[in-house]
Design a protein around this ligand. Structure first.
Ligand SMILES: Nc1ncnc2c1ncn2[C@@H]1O[C@H](COP(=O)(O)OP(=O)(O)OP(=O)(O)O)[C@@H](O)[C@H]1O
Ligand SMILES: [Mg+2]
Length: 315
């Protein structure tokens, strides 16, 4: 099995391409080689997507021979050489803890995180959340980081609300022991605008299967893409009892307020939401196990008191 990505930025489109290739090669003899040598930037969606993908491969695909720019290097080489490009971002985001044991690599080849350096672009490293208590602890810690970085009270509240809602949805609806994977980072786009980007996902039952429990919605769930359109409507929930179905509409409302963007994937369903135009579009994509979201919000109105400039990846 071999998958090769030609993408320079690993986010929704690049991961969809990997999923499409996986669908094509999954019947072949393993283990899997995943060649991401062309990738020079991986965003929080890409990191959580890779974490979920690698952790849910069938045994015959393991151990995965992952190839990144300058990694793996022959063991014995100084570790500091590894902190460049995508490997550096992955290391700062604690990626190796989430996937290390699944890879065809020696312990010496797995980059260790530099202890002293705090990276102010990392708002939430790759985090596995399996309980509501774990979500509360994560929210408190992330709230403190946002406060220290000068985000406004309202901005902080909105960011935490999105994280809280999407992570809780996983525990409430996805039915997966692996839990929720969440990550958040800031970075500057090619045009120079700074963004906050969140990736939240699971490898659970997916939105369509969850919503199908509610018989009143059954006639509107002909495809995964359609199910995503239903899920973001106010009041649409697997609970038919009323009083639910406010979470995802609220996430869209927050994206709209900040001219942000949302990518929403579940099964073969894809949705893109553009807050600025308040426009959403659904379409079919390659099969993704579970549910994943990417939320990007321009930082300017969330954090007017920017402190100094930060060294950031361009992506
Ligand atoms: N991660 C997920 N996995 C599977 N299904 C999901 C997931 N997230 C949302 N859903 C489905 O989408 C529906 C709508 O989600 P939404 O957050 O809007 O409402 P809710 O969680 O049911 O209620 P509320 O958020 O108002 O308490 C859910 O009821 C569930 O069926
Ligand atoms: Mg909800």
């Amino acid at each position: 099995m071999r998958i090769q990505s030609s993408a320079a930025t690993y986010s929704v489109a690049a991961h969809d391409d990997v999923l499409q290739q996986w669908d094509d090669v999954r019947g072949e003899a393993g283990p899997l080689e995943l060649d991401l040598a062309a990738v020079d930037f991986i965003d929080p969606y890409g990191m959580s997507a890779l974490t979920l993908f690698l952790n849910h491969l069938p045994p015959e695909a393991l151990p995965v021979r992952l190839v990144l720019q300058d990694w793996p290097s022959p063991s014995g080489e100084p570790q500091s050489k590894l902190y460049a490009g995508s490997v550096a971002y992955l290391t700062r985001m604690n990626f190796w803890d989430a996937v290390g044991p699944l890879l065809d690599a020696t312990p010496e080849q797995i980059p260790a995180r530099p202890g002293r350096v705090t990276d102010r672009n990392v708002l939430l490293e790759i985090t596995l959340l399996r309980t509501h208590d774990a979500i509360s602890i994560m929210l408190r810690k992330t709230g403190e980081i946002l406060q220290n970085l000068g985000y406004t009270v309202i901005g902080r509240g909105h960011i935490l609300e999105v994280l809280s809602e999407l992570c809780s949805n996983v525990l409430l609806h996805a039915q997966t022991d692996f839990g929720c994977v969440a990550a958040m980072q800031t970075y500057r786009s090619r045009e120079g605008t700074r963004y906050i980007v969140m990736g939240i996902g699971d490898a659970g039952i997916g939105v369509r299967r969850s919503l199908a429990v509610n018989g009143t919605l059954a006639s509107r769930l002909h495809s995964d893409a359609q199910a995503l359109g239903v899920a973001v409507q106010p009041g649409a929930s697997r609970f038919a009892s009323g009083g639910h179905g406010g979470g995802l509409p609220r996430v869209l409302e927050i994206a709209r307020r900040y001219n942000g963007r949302i990518a929403f994937r579940s099964g073969t369903g894809s949705m893109i939401y553009h807050g600025k135009e308040n426009h959403r579009r659904t379409f079919d994509g390659p099969p993704l196990v579970g549910t994943q979201l990417r939320i990007s919000l321009p930082e300017a109105t969330l954090r007017p008191e920017r402190q100094g400039d930060l060294t950031t990846p361009v992506g």
